[in-house]
Structures are given as structure tokens and as C-alpha cells.
Design a protein around this ligand. Structure first.
Ligand SMILES: [Zn+2]
Length: 263
């Protein structure tokens, strides 16, 4: 049977009584592995609890750049390290850099990103990283993010450039630095990504939804959920002229080159 993996979800953001439905719908869509990302120490803890309660769910820990209110403190790093030693934690997620004008101070972000890369390397956890620029279809400041990853030798653990929306040169730069490219639902609606998705080596592609609650969508059925990774897989299959089974098989195999799923 061909199964799909959603390598980046914010399951901890859903109401507790909503989660079993989200997971059931994912299972019905053959999405059998879900990696849920922390954005703070508290949500990282919640991710581990969810991973302990549901066999299809694995956890990441990390502090999202947009959640910073200052430099990342040693006490937070110590707490993250303690959490990251849980057997259900298989990635460092989510960290990275955000270059939108509204994002927190760049010095806070860079210190936090570098410290988290160092901790991830020490704990041998691959990094799922965020890099957001004001104009998605451009290199923007993505080379800055990759430079930090290189300077901190993130290639020792590898990782994933999550929620890809950038240009082809950025994708190739990330791959050359040892990181997978993760496509999400923007692939369905952003034509600039289609040629990139056709041309990148399939063995460096993984899939995600980055799903979190979307209360601004009045119809609950319209919220993005892990089940929608099947739509991203189908789109990638159509673009590359291969079957969705081939996409599922390749992207699952790729993720398993990066992480080990305990049984
Ligand atoms: Zn995310």
C-alpha cells in the first residue's frame, strides 16, 4: 500500500477535541505519518504529548522566528534540549528566519536560529526550517538563511526547507547544502512553482501541509488539514507525468532518509 507523509503540521494549535477527526481524515487519505512542529517551548511540549497519544504522529521541537520577543534565553534552550530527548521527537522543528517587515528583530532571529542549529546538531536531529521573504517568487534573502545553515554546519544533520515558495536557484542552493525541498498547497495555485517542481530531482522532494486552524474560513471543511497532502502529491504527479503512487513512494522514501520512525 502506498502511504503519504506530512512532514510539517501544527497539530498542537487545534482544539483537543478536533484532533481525532483531523487524524481520521488524514488516515482516510492514506496520510499515515504526520510530523507536528512546535513554535514555542510550550507547544513543543504539546507536540510530544500528541505524538505519545497517536501512533501516526511524531514531534518536532523548536522556537519559530516569529514567536521571538527577544534573544532566545538559555533557560528556553535548556527546556528545548530536555524535550528534544523524548523518543517521539524526530526533527528540530520549527526554526529559521523571517524577513517580512513585520517580523521580529533580525539579530534576535539569527541568534535563535544559530543556537537551535547547534542544539539540533548536538542531538543529531534534522532541521525543518522556515525562510520567508517579502516576494515569494524571488531569491530575496533566502541565501542569507542558507549561509547561516552552512556556517553552522547544518549539513551534518540535514533538513527540510519547508513550505517552499521560492525560485529555482534557491531550491538548488538548499539541496546543495544538504536539505530537502518541501512542497505544500501553494504548489496548487502558484504557476511559478510548476516548472521548478518538474525540474528538481525527485529524490530531494518531500511534502507537507503546514496545516493549522483557519478560523477565518467560515466553512470548517475548507480548512487545510494533513489529508490535503494527497492534493499536493497529485499535483506533483501531474506536473511530472508520473503516478501519485510513484510520488508517494518517492517522497516517503526521501523522508525516511532523513528521519527514523520508531514503531
Ligand atoms: Zn510551520
Amino acid at each position: 500500500m502506498v502511504t503519504l507523509c506530512d512532514c510539517h503540521v501544527h497539530l498542537a494549535s487545534y482544539d483537543a477535541d478536533d484532533i481525532s477527526g483531523v487524524l481520521q481524515r488524514a488516515e482516510s487519505a492514506e496520510v499515515q505519518t504526520i510530523i507536528t512542529a512546535g513554535t514555542t517551548v510550550d507547544t513543543s511540549q504539546r507536540c510530544i504529548e500528541l505524538a505519545g497519544a497517536h501512533s501516526s504522529v511524531y514531534a518536532g521541537v523548536g522556537v519559530h522566528p516569529n514567536r521571538l520577543r527577544g534573544f532566545l534565553k538559555d533557560t528556553d534552550l535548556d527546556a528545548l534540549e530536555r524535550l528534544a530527548r523524548s523518543p517521539r521527537v524526530i526533527v528540530w522543528s520549527e526554526t529559521g528566519m523571517d524577513y517580512l517587515p513585520s517580523a521580529p528583530d533580525q539579530h534576535w532571529q539569527e541568534q535563535s536560529f544559530r543556537e537551535q542549529i547547534r542544539l539540533a546538531r548536538r542531538l543529531r536531529l534534522p532541521l525543518v526550517w522556515h525562510s520567508q521573504v517579502p516576494e515569494p517568487n524571488t531569491p530575496g534573502q533566502h541565501p542569507e538563511t542558507v549561509r547561516i545553515l552552512r556556517e553552522e554546519h547544518a549539513e551534518d544533520v540535514g533538513g527540510i526547507m519547508h513550505y517552499f515558495q521560492a525560485d529555482e536557484a534557491t531550491a538548488r542552493m538548499a539541496i546543495a547544502a544538504g536539505h530537502f525541498i518541501s512542497f505544500a498547497k501553494p504548489l496548487l495555485r502558484q504557476p511559478h512553482q510548476w516548472d521548478i517542481a518538474r525540474k528538481l530531482p525527485l529524490e530531494w522532494i518531500v511534502l507537507e501541509t503546514d496545516a493549522s486552524p483557519q478560523p477565518y474560513k467560515p466553512n470548517r471543511a475548507d480548512w487545510t488539514e494533513p489529508k490535503d497532502v494527497s492534493l499536493v502529491a497529485q499535483k506533483l504527479a501531474d506536473l511530472r507525468g508520473i503516478t501519485v503512487e510513484e510520488v508517494a513512494e518517492a517522497t516517503t522514501r526521501n523522508l525516511l532518509r532523513l528521519v527514523t520512525l520508531s514503531t
